[in-house]
Ligand binder design. Sequence first.
Ligand code: UDP
Length: 281
Amino acid sequence: VERPSVRASLGLIVRSLIAGLVGGGGELPVPPLLDFFGVPIVNTTMDEAVDWIAGRVALAPGSSPMRKGEKALLAFVNPDCLNIAYTHARYRAVLQQAARVLPDGIGVKIGCRMRGLGLAANVNGTDLFPRLCERAARDGFSLFLLGARPGIADLVAENMRARHPGLKIAGTQHGYFGPDEEDAIIARINASGAAVLLVAFGVPRQELWLADHHAALTPPVRMGVGGLFDFYSGRIPRAPLWLREIGLEWVWRLIQEPGRMWRRYLLGNPLFLYRVWKQAR
Ligand code: UDP
């Protein structure tokens, strides 16, 4: 077997980085499902992703208990999440059992490039959220916002109701509660009749929490959304559009919270690319 030289491999990584950043890639095959370290990622568009959520909600009118084996988790993964899944067996298993995992950010696109594949779209939770709100207002289904610091989810609810007249936010709850409060919170979520439960505790805590309480919860769609509420409450400003468009939102986040983010991006991004390269061999 011919082993690629280090130089050729580095060349591939650099070419993929540049190609990922400047776009293009229309000629590459776009498989419906991608696999990163055993995590199956649906390769789809933002419109289809919103349709999929609305479709799941329409199939489950009212709050009814999950049927056995029924899946409800929608997860978004960026290179940091995939790095965690690489070593965290339980989180990886939860993603493998999810109803759907969607690709978040430029890193997954660059990872695809390295393997000669095209990414249909960057379907991250932050960009999906306003579209979901718009669809929920139109179709008449409601959302429950769970997580972030006290007061943050209420601000998000206020902002989104103002932007999307008719939007129903069935309830909110901050993410700093004790285990003794858990049952009451789950009861409140279920009683709210929310069709979509958004959980913002950070990765992997939010996905593990949703897996732990899978059977007790009734909303037909549950999603882990990370720092989303902080953005839409205005607590942390999101990167300007031009920076997002060239795939550098992560640089903005690094500047905003360097103490917390340097490890994730400056160590995590190269580690992710190295692991993709290893998997591709
Ligand atoms: N959080 C929470 N409860 C906790 C720990 C964190 O609700 O016990 C919230 C935190 O306030 C923040 C979100 O979880 O709103 C995590 O944001 P982060 O930016 O870390 O998410 P990610 O980068 O994983 O998308």
